[in-house]
Design a protein around this ligand. Structure first.
Ligand SMILES: Cc1cc2nc3c(=O)[nH]c(=O)nc-3n(C[C@H](O)[C@H](O)[C@H](O)COP(=O)(O)OP(=O)(O)OC[C@H]3O[C@@H](n4cnc5c(N)ncnc54)[C@H](O)[C@@H]3O)c2cc1C
Ligand code: HEM
Length: 389
């Protein structure tokens, strides 16, 4: 796609989004048009559209903004298309979404800005997105959804639960990827979770879930999951992962459940004969939040290429924390714990110029850490993280 076409899309979209509350208004208008003009698509969406009503829209905008980088964009869209099979989405629905979005942007942009050339640019951009998603979905032979039966639920912190499931058939995903998940008590509310173990040929899978205050799905998982529950899982997504022939050293930074996709990759690497050096910084608010140190310590004992540094914002545990009873395994292989904000701590070591970097955690943690690293001289092209929606 040529750069003028991309520029026209970007300019019209930015003019709309730059208005106060522009993105929110656009999202409302988009869904109003979509559900009025194409009422048949309403049933795909959750009853309550308040929580993350702009996720679909954010993804389309993210894609439109990257039309000049087809090498990165097209694989991402192909994954999304395969994943969207879980909704039962058909080719004609893409036309409904594209037309509704274009109409919503057009109304906000106004007639002066909306020339024939702008109109054609939007048609072209949306067509590339839709065609890539539809094409990938049509070619895919794996299941539209997997069913996972909960076989274990372990509360490791008062707001963090580890759930293990047995899938009805094995899923081939790369360690570091994520999947979307629907639990029985929250129909049509799909949320992304990152498997904390590499793909298992027998179909076992494990997730680490933090209950977000006021969150629809995570609090239900943490509070109500029971052995025997049946979850639905969509196709794997995401580009994190360590290729087999990688030569460059790596820096991994994970906070909270962000450790899950990093740990899965380290476990996959541990099964290989040779690996580059990896330095993992694992973060949390208080020392008691570092719930997975034992696994990381075991990995570091068995794999000399791995260095693990724990980082916490506070030195002490909160007053209400009670240490679990029983012997504490010493963890001599871990580096001493550092107190501080994780991005600042990692950046204080320098630019990590010889490393490929992965960051995983909440959107604000990812953004702050990326910002700190770039300020310390790390090149943006060497930093990877999942999309933040
Ligand atoms: C690529 C990817 C991988 C993910 N992997 C995991 C994982 O392995 N384990 C896991 O527990 N979660 C993971 N998440 C987050 C997860 O998908 C949900 O967004 C999260 O559980 C909140 O969902 P909810 O339905 O409870 O909250 P919602 O009902 O969707 O949101 C309620 C409120 O909480 C806010 N909120 C949403 N997420 C967060 C957050 N992380 N921190 C603070 N506030 C938030 C929302 O802005 C909203 O105001 C991942 C997200 C992405 C994008
Ligand atoms: C045009 C290209 C599209 C892109 C880039 C896109 C992308 C996304 C993304 C990233 C999400 C959030 C994560 C998820 O649940 O998968 C999402 C959600 C969703 N998408 Fe799409 N999508 C597109 C088209 C469609 C179409 C055509 C339909 C069918 C009408 C559709 C239906 C949905 C539904 C129902 C959700 C869940 C919304 C919610 O939970 O609030 N999408 N989309």
């Amino acid at each position: 796609m040529d750069s003028r076409t991309v520029a026209l899309i970007r300019t019209t979209f930015k003019a709309v989004a730059a208005e106060e509350g522009g993105s929110e208004k656009l999202a409302r208008s988009f869904y109003a048009i979509l559900f009025t003009d194409y009422p048949q698509v309403r049933d795909f969406f959750p009853a309550a559209m308040d929580a993350q009503r702009d996720r679909l829209l954010k993804a389309i905008v993210y894609a439109l903004d990257r039309l000049e980088e087809p090498n990165k964009l097209l694989p991402f869209l192909a994954q999304l298309g395969r994943d969207h099979r879980k909704y039962g989405v058909q080719a004609e629905h893409y036309l409904a979404v594209a037309t509704s979005l274009k109409t919503a942007v057009q109304v906000f942009a106004g007639t002066e800005m909306w020339t024939d050339e702008v109109d054609r640019a939007w048609d072209e951009g949306l067509k590339i997105i839709a065609d890539t998603m539809i094409g990938a979905a049509e070619k895919e032979t794996t299941p539209h959804v997997w069913t996972g039966t909960v076989i274990e639920r372990r509360e490791v912190l008062r707001d963090l639960t580890i759930v293990r499931l047995q899938l009805d058939q094995p899923m081939e995903y790369a360690a570091g990827q994520y999947v979307s998940v629907q639990i029985p008590s929250r129909p049509r509310m799909w949320r992304y979770l990152s498997p904390a173990v590499p793909a298992d040929t027998d179909g076992e899978i494990e997730f680490h879930v933090r209950g977000v205050l006021g969150g629809w799905v995570s609090s239900a998982i943490v509070g109500q999951t029971a052995v025997g529950d049946q979850w639905l899982l969509g196709s794997p997504l995401g580009g994190l992962g360590v290729p087999r022939n990688i030569k460059r050293k790596m820096l991994m930074i994970g906070c909270g459940t962000g450790i899950a996709p990093l740990r899965a990759q380290l476990m996959a690497m541990a099964q290989r004969r040779a690996n580059p050096k990896v330095h993992l910084f694992v973060g949390g608010h208080n020392p008691c939040d570092l719930y997975d140190l034992e696994t990381l310590s075991d990995l570091a004992v068995a794999n000399r290429w791995l260095t693990v540094t724990p980082v916490t914002e506070h030195d002490e545990n909160p007053w209400w924390h009670v240490e679990p009873e029983g012997p504490h395994a010493p963890m001599p292989v871990l580096e001493p714990r550092i107190t501080g904000q994780i991005g600042k701590v990692v950046a204080s070591f320098g630019a990590w110029a010889d490393r490929d970097v992965q960051i995983a955690g909440s959107p604000s943690m990812v953004q702050t850490t990326k910002f700190r690293l770039m300020a310390a001289g790390t090149l943006a092209k060497n930093i990877r993280h999942d999309p933040l929606f």
